[in-house]
Design a protein around this ligand. Structure first.
Ligand SMILES: *[C@@H]1O[C@H](CO)[C@@H](O)[C@H](O)[C@H]1NC(C)=O
Ligand SMILES: *[C@@H]1O[C@H](CO)[C@@H](O)[C@H](O)[C@H]1NC(C)=O
Ligand SMILES: *[C@@H]1O[C@H](CO)[C@@H](O)[C@H](O)[C@H]1NC(C)=O
Ligand SMILES: *[C@@H]1O[C@H](CO)[C@@H](O)[C@H](O)[C@H]1NC(C)=O
Length: 543
């Protein structure tokens, strides 16, 4: 049969292509398993041994943080467990003692963590301007990790844990190493969609863990959309009572949201909620007189369209809802959506037609959309929040504040759009090349990896306005059963593109490091899918 023969040949070709990459050299990367690659790494052949019994991660006496800075104390415990695979042992894995060690290397006794800022931000939330820079020096007798504040320390702890490896006797070893590191882009996000499928809190927390292994720092929470409204509002409980898939089991309570925000904070991750309007709001039916009733000629059809922008009550509602959201979510930004508004229902409604005439909008429904969004933007700004929007809001000429972040998601004209948005002076982030919900055969991580966010026509000043990007996992075909394996390690390709230098482009070196990084995620309990043929020392054993 022709089709199947074609499939076989294609698969073979793909196999050959991938095999070339995998087999280029059996030698490991000179950067071991570091992911994303730090800005500067100097490794020497000198080796040190770490003993689970004596090794400690401690505050340096010179640090401006000390015991009681719980975000760091917790991170010390977490990374100690990752380094010595404490959880792997509980599954019957026996640790090596120093007596059975095959290495005569000297012992590294401590990792000392030094924070230098007068306020190391132990109790704060990470911000878009927070420094994540750090330096690591691994040398006898102690290793030093230095950063301004807790956020850099968290990134450095992850890097230190990636430097430690085991030899065949299960001895933990680390090379003498100097690292100086900071991210290339400040905004490195993962978008999860909890409307198309409900994601249990545990799955979101697991994703936050995996994000921290990849130095992502923004969780873009696309929390509600057409299919369901799982956010349980304090002010408007009817929204989830009527809009969630189930009013008790498929919701996020205030406590759930607070648990997620705190878990993210402890990993240096901001939580930016998205309440997309005026389209994508079919599930907002719990609020009466909010959605536009659609007509067929003179008659009501019984169905509803986007939010009704002609009623004053709409803005009273929006004002109260966003006041609550601004209080519940501490980040300085809220994502207001604004994408893909379907005008058909607005066009069918005689009262909207009347309003259009009164306002002098003619038949340009984009003007009506702008009228609505303008009001919402003013309401959100009055709550002292900044906002992010999808690119349509900019494209439709809505007046936006100078500090608005425009998210570019349409892949076909992405470079032209980046030029336009930045020429207009707006900050932007890129999502278009990284829609991870689109799947294909083979190593598509390479495609994500190759994308260079600054490859568009623009001045240096314009390029400065690109502050990062997001890996987006839309939820049509994703729920708790396949989220982790679909996201990881494909999103890792995005994390290195956004963290590491623009010159970090060697695919075969990336393959070597990413294969190991993927096995490390597996070992830490994340069922990240394989890149290609191979194995991990510690395979995933299921739940
Ligand atoms: C670490 O040290 C070992 C032993 O000297 C050496 O073989 C290896 O190449 C070093 N690793 C790196 C990344 O330099
Ligand atoms: C809606 O608000 C506007 C501006 O405050 C006001 O002029 C108008 O009369 C109000 N309409 C209704 C129906 O209350
Ligand atoms: C950038 O500008 C050059 C010269 O005007 C043009 O040839 C090229 O197609 C542009 N590239 C993009 C990606 O727009
Ligand atoms: C890319 O990485 C591979 C494997 O680490 C290395 O052998 C090769 O020399 C590198 N290529 C370039 C152009 O640096």
């Amino acid at each position: 049969m022709v089709p199947s023969a074609f499939v076989v040949v294609t698969a073979l070709l793909l196999r050959l292509g991938s095999a070339n990459l995998a087999d280029e050299s059996e030698l490991p990367s000179e950067y071991g398993s570091l992911w994303p690659l730090p800005q500067s790494v100097n490794t020497s052949p000198e080796l040190y041994r770490l003993s689970e019994v004596t090794f400690q991660i401690v505050h340096s006496p010179h640090s401006t943080a000390s015991v009681g800075c719980s975000i760091l104390d917790n991170a010390f415990r977490r990374y100690f467990a990752y380094i010595f695979s404490v959880s792997a042992r509980s599954e019957g894995w026996a640790p090596a003692t120093s007596e059975t060690s095959g290495s005569s290397a000297e012992e590294l006794r401590e990792l000392q963590v030094t924070l230098t800022a007068s306020d190391p931000e132990c109790t704060q939330h990470p911000r878009s301007t927070s420094s994540e820079a750090y330096e690591i020096s691994v040398a006898q007798p102690v290793a030093i990790l230095k950063s301004e504040n807790v956020w850099g320390a968290l990134r450095g702890l992850e890097t230190f844990s990636q430097l430690v490896y085991e030899d065949e006797y299960n001895t933990h070893l680390v090379n003498k190493t100097e690292i100086v590191d900071s991210p290339r882009f400040a905004h490195r996000g993962v978008l999860l969609d909890t409307s198309r499928h409900y994601l249990p809190v545990k799955v979101i927390l697991e994703t936050l863990d995996a994000m921290s292994f990849n130095k992502f720092n923004v969780f873009h929470w696309h929390i509600v959309d057409d299919p369901s409204f799982p956010y349980q509002s304090i002010t408007f409980p009817e929204l989830s009572a009527q809009g969630a898939y189930h009013p008790f089991t498929h919701i996020y309570t205030l406590t759930d949201v607070q648990i997620i925000i705190e878990y993210a904070r402890e990993r240096g991750i901001r939580v930016i909620p998205e309440f997309d309007t005026p389209g994508h709001t079919q599930s907002w039916k719990g609020q009466s007189n909010l959605l536009t009733p659609c007509y067929n000629g003179e008659k009501l059809t019984g169905s509803f369209g986007p939010i009704n922008p002609t009623l004053n009550t709409t803005y009273d509602f929006i004002n109260q809802l966003f006041k609550e959201i601004s209080w519940v979510f501490p980040d300085e930004y809220i994502h207001l959506g604004g994408d893909e508004v379907n005008f058909d229902c607005w066009k069918s409604n005689p009262r909207i037609t009347q309003f259009m005439q009164k306002q002098g909008f003619g038949t340009d429904y984009r003007k009506l959309e702008s009228f609505y969004i303008q009001k919402v933007l003013d309401i959100v700004a009055s709550n002292l929040k900044g906002y992010m929007v999808w690119q349509e809001v900019f494209d439709n000429g809505v007046k936006i504040k100078p500090d608005t972040i425009v998210e570019v998601w349409m892949e076909s004209n992405m470079k032209a759009e980046l030029s336009k948005v930045t020429l207009a002076g707006f900050t932007t982030i890129l999502a278009a090349p990284w829609y991870l919900d689109y799947i294909s055969y083979g190593q598509d991580w390479q495609k994500y990896y190759r994308t260079e966010p600054l490859h568009f026509n623009g001045t240096a000043a314009q390029k400065k306005l690109v502050i990062g990007g997001e890996a987006c996992l839309w939820g049509e075909y994703v729920d708790a059963t396949n989220l982790a394996s679909r996201l990881w390690p494909r999103a890792s390709a995005v994390s290195e593109r956004l963290w590491s230098s623009a010159e970090t482009t060697n695919l075969s070196d990336a393959y070597k490091r990413l294969s190991k990084h993927r096995c490390r995620m597996v070992r830490r309990g994340i069922p990240a899918e394989p890149l290609f043929v191979g194995y991990c020392d510690y395979e995933y054993k299921g739940l």
